[in-house]
Design a protein around this ligand. Sequence first.
Ligand code: GTP
Length: 307
Amino acid sequence: MSTLMPDIANHTTAQTEGTLDWVGMSNIEMPMMVASQGENERMVSAFIDAFVNLKEPQAKGIHMSRLYLLLDELSTSNTLDFQSLVTLLDGFISSHHDLSDNAKVQFRFDYHLRRKSLISGKQGWKAYPVTLTGRLNKGKVDIELAVDVRYSSTCPCSAALARQLIQKAFKAKFHDQDADLDSIHEWLGTTEGIVATPHSQRSVAELKVKLNANTSEFPITALVDIIEGCLKTPVQAAVKREDEQEFALLNGQNLMFCEDAARRLQHAMNNTAEYDDFWLRINHLESLHAHDAVSITTKGIEGGYQP
Ligand SMILES: Nc1nc2c(ncn2[C@@H]2O[C@H](COP(=O)(O)OP(=O)(O)OP(=O)(O)O)[C@@H](O)[C@H]2O)c(=O)[nH]1
């Protein structure tokens, strides 16, 4: 059947000759079974980019269907883990012999985890955006895992300014009185007492790590735990009032600029030996400004991630 059909990719030459760095498909939607350390294998709905280079200047084009069908095979008959990702990249290149010697693939999906409330013992789902990227460049495999974690950050400068206003209001109210404990206590529970509150904002920590060849399942939960453990104020799922009060306390005790958050995460990652390299970006989606406060850093190894 297919011999009767014109085969442009095989039987014509390029209108204009030239090699291309990447050719492929973007935003392919497929379910994928993902293997993540400590979790049962889980189906996710992935958006996939698949590319090979075109090293033959006269060839009309690559064979998109071959990349697609290799992804489809992974989706229907296999699990996405470190080894199957490497095999997929090998398949991209071996299905394009003479045309390609580099390949890359990226899977973007939300990975859901059950997370506990702070105090009440309730649980709820949180969705973590995950990006898995594999590259096979001149025979060298490079597998990278990235995860975004949302959290709350309260501005230390704003908190200090608010405290100053509270002190001022206190002096104005009680300067000419012998303050008794009960009336101060009552006054502190009013908006005249706590006359100002610091601004805080929803914030996003983006963390990318290079996985080494000993990896099998992806360490998604481990990365989320590192980020949430060091920043202390991740956004919550199920929240009762006691959880909200604890969250307010955690915010008050973890005042941070974007520099503070980046240094905390940098410190935590430097104390973790498992990853060959890391890159992180902290985004504070300011409520004081209409723009974001951002800090970026890396492990700082030679030939590694660039900030
Ligand atoms: N290379 C290329 N293919 C495209 C593009 N847009 C759509 N296609 C289509 O992708 C389809 C699949 O291409 P191939 O993989 O070469 O399909 P095929 O010839 O049936 O498959 P093989 O026999 O394995 O080569 C073709 O129908 C192309 O027309 C494009 O921009 N570039």
